[in-house]
Design a protein around this ligand. Structure first.
Ligand SMILES: Nc1ncnc2c1ncn2[C@@H]1O[C@H](COP(=O)(O)OP(=O)(O)OP(=O)(O)O)[C@@H](O)[C@H]1O
Ligand SMILES: [Mg+2]
Length: 364
């Protein structure tokens, strides 16, 4: 990720030191160009040095104040030699240069203290903001978990009641198939019945998975095995949709303790979503890499991207933009990944497509 530019760089170059230098030089020029007879003018000019000294101290703290005081003194001292014949005046002026340092140091110390306090306040404000963000995300997760739990109990009951009659309908359709000849004009209705039963069965299986997911059986698994298996499963559908699947699995990835079946289900849901998001074909990239103690699996596509209307609640159940979608695919994926102690997140893809990333801890 690109590092943010330092504040100074964002605002352009800091020209303050140049202005300070120019003003000290300007005041000194006034001294050197004014006859030593005009003592009052010289006294006024000398006090002008306080302006850049105080400003430098205010802007850059103790170091700024000292640097401006040293420069003003060094540049001014040779001029004092011109007043050597007026001893009282010269001593008075030397004493005044000591005040340059006093003013520079005191203002610098005070400004430095103020800056440190301001930075502390800013840091506290940033910490508070991040604590607030974390709290919000925890509350969101709790709400989501609560929604999942109540939905789970409800759908588990319904699913049981639906599955049995579905089995009976399928059985009856198969029995009829053996009676009705294939070439019969109404035979296609049997095919439709079987297809729709399959679809409903898939749907209630999704409900059940979501309602009562079994606990993952974590076994050390090489990540490429899971990716290869799901690519195989999705190959036909991808070909039909003219979607090219590209895999990018980093070398020497460690074995990861996970439930291979569940993780395949997660990846398959993401892959099917990606294929469905590219009705006119496109590219589907599946990658696996390790960063520190985390395995990052990503599914990226070149489709139309995630609809802004569902972006916020993408992982909630029944959120869908598809006429025949249940909106359970990502909710199930979220639940399974969470059960693995991981995270799943949708990131805006660079080329307008979608990018879903799964992060699984390696040190469990
Ligand atoms: N790769 C993607 N590109 C664009 N939109 C996506 C992508 N993946 C998910 N979405 C959006 O998120 C919604 C929810 O996805 P989810 O998989 O949960 O349900 P679904 O695909 O609509 O239905 P199903 O239960 O059949 O999976 C989708 O309807 C779609 O709008
Ligand atoms: Mg889906």
């Amino acid at each position: 990720m690109a590092q943010p530019l330092p504040v100074q760089a964002q605002r352009g170059r800091d020209l303050k030191p140049l202005w300070l230098l120019a003003s000290i030089l300007g005041i000194t020029l006034l001294h050197y160009n004014t006859s030593t007879h005009y003592l009052l003018l010289h006294e006024i000019y000398q006090r002008l040095y306080y302006i850049p000294i105080i400003y430098a101290a205010y802007s850059y703290g103790l170091r700024g104040g000292l640097a401006a005081a040293v420069l003003s003194t060094l540049i001014y001292l040779p001029h004092l030699a011109q007043h050597a014949d007026n001893r009282v005046y010269a001593i008075n002026q030397y004493a005044e240069t000591v005040l340059f340092f006093v003013v520079g140091v005191v203002t610098g110390l005070l400004a430095g203290k103020e800056q440190r306090e301001r930075r502390r306040y800013e840091q506290t404000a940033a910490e508070l903001q991040s604590a607030y963000d974390e709290l919000r995300s925890t509350v969101d997760q709790l709400l989501l978990a609560d929604r999942h739990a109540s939905l789970g109990q409800m759908s588990a009951a319904i699913v049981h009641e639906i599955r049995n009659p579905l089995g009976a309908i399928r059985g009856a359709a198969e029995a009829l198939e053996s009676i009705v000849p294939h070439e019969h004009e109404k035979a296609e209705f049997l095919t439709i019945i079987k297809q729709e039963v399959e679809r409903l069965n898939g749907l209630v299986t999704d409900f059940l998975n979501f309602a009562r997911p079994r606990l993952p059986e974590l076994l050390p698994t090489p990540p490429h095995e899971i990716i290869d298996a799901v690519v195989k499963l999705a190959k036909k559908q991808a070909e039909q949709a003219q979607v090219k699947i590209i895999t990018e699995v980093a070398e020497a990835l460690p074995f990861v303790r996970l439930d291979a079946e569940q993780m395949k289900q997660v990846l398959l849901n993401l892959i099917l979503n990606a294929i469905e998001a590219m009705p006119d074909g496109g590219q589907l990239m599946i990658s696996a890499r390790q960063r520190e103690q985390v395995l990052r699996l990503a599914v990226r596509d070149t489709g139309k991207g995630i609809d802004p209307t569902v972006r916020e609640k993408l992982f909630s159940p029944f959120v869908t933009t598809k006429t025949r979608g249940t909106g359970l695919g990502l909710a199930i994926a979220h639940r399974l990944v969470t059960q693995h102690g991981g995270q799943i997140e949708a990131i805006a893809g660079e080329d307008g497509g979608a990018l879903i990333e799964i992060r699984l801890p390696l040190n469990r």
